[in-house]
Design a protein around this ligand. Sequence first.
Ligand SMILES: Cc1ncc(COP(=O)(O)O)c(C=O)c1O
Length: 449
Amino acid sequence: MTATVASANLYQERVNPQWVRLLDVLQMNAQYVRCEGTELYTVDGRRILDFLSGYCVHNAGHNHPDILQALRDELDRRGPAMLQSHVSELAGELADKLCRRAGGRLKKAFFCSSGSEGIEAAIKFSRAHTRRSGLLYTAGAFHGLTCGALSLMSDSFWRDGFGPMLPETEGAPFGDVSALEAKLATGRFAAFIVEPVQAEGGLRLPPPGYLEAAQALCRRYGTLFVLDEVQTGMYRTGRFLAAHHFGVEPDMVVLAKALSGGLVPVGAVLMSDEVHESVYGSLDRAIVHTSTFSENGLAMRAGLATLDVLERERLGDRAAAMGEYLRHRLRGALSGYEMVKDIRGLGLLNGVEFNAPKKLALRVPFETFGRIHAGMFGQVLVMRLFRLGFLTQICGNNFMVLKVAPPLVVKEREAAEFVNAAKDVVDIMHASGTFWSEALGLARRVVQV
Ligand SMILES: Cc1ncc(COP(=O)(O)O)c(C=O)c1O
């Protein structure tokens, strides 16, 4: 047995056997040996193009040489790491760069190690600032799986069995200004926490004027306006923050994922001076909210190097241009198919939405399939694309939307290759019984797993 096979067996035995079995059933349990830019190479010599980016972690592309070098340099300098008793200059430098780019009210940063941890901090900070306890979120949101973040998500798949959730958390429909006002007018809410573009909710773009109105209502009723930019931030949508497309100035923004180039865990909460003052406003409160790995040297160094790469290579502009190109090509290739409902996105955060077919010949297998497992249709799509050499996923809270989010370094040729593959898969789905018989077999196996 080779060392890698033995390690994979240990993973199955000691970490998460169901994950291994699920990947096996989907025929996606590849062993990757080298990942660069958009390309993932497997031990058996396959080249897979990444159109998922680890859910928007790999904006700068996999293993960018400059970020790797910055990390090596940081290790080599043998500087202070997690002394818990010093002032980190790197954190100061990164906070300054992030706040300058974010602009508006965002003047201070708190660093942590994940998106969920950032959301937890935003919950605490908004309560400290407003002295209110209520938290308002949008239906279909994804904010993370720690208890506080999970309490801001309506989807029962994630919540069931883990309750009770945080009290005084309530949802409002995404995009509905009247429903939002009715909730905010009660004066109970410390924060309204919202993704500017709902990613896992199905690539839902805010209706025109929604975020602007939400901000105005938050100001009117004394609620903090908090944007979760964990997926949308760091130039993913073409601008540094998605907020910049809509001209809003949030009181807090949560960043994570792409902030450290996909190599070191990191998260950041950017906030106004007023919010910061409410949390850390006196000497005895200097460390009232912190964490062991906050401001760690590798994460801070990776963050600085990642910003540098994203800007030197003009990857925001690239995300905007390639996003346009990809949507245009996808629309051209897929719009005629009855199961393709919509193709939408912002920058390189895109989705292809499918709907149930009307034709009887397709409707019968589709419905049988949906009764076995709601997510299975999308998984077969993902599996078929993988077979053609593309890594994708469906949205976590909307199984009818295929996410299309390659690293921002994606080339036009690669985007065109993806469109051809997507067309082949959608074509088979509409034209041949094979797609559906294979899908049914797969669904049955998953249910047995
Ligand atoms: C929008 C959004 N917020 C928060 C999170 C949680 O981030 P993490 O997985 O780093 O805890 C995620 C994770 O996918 C996310 O997509």
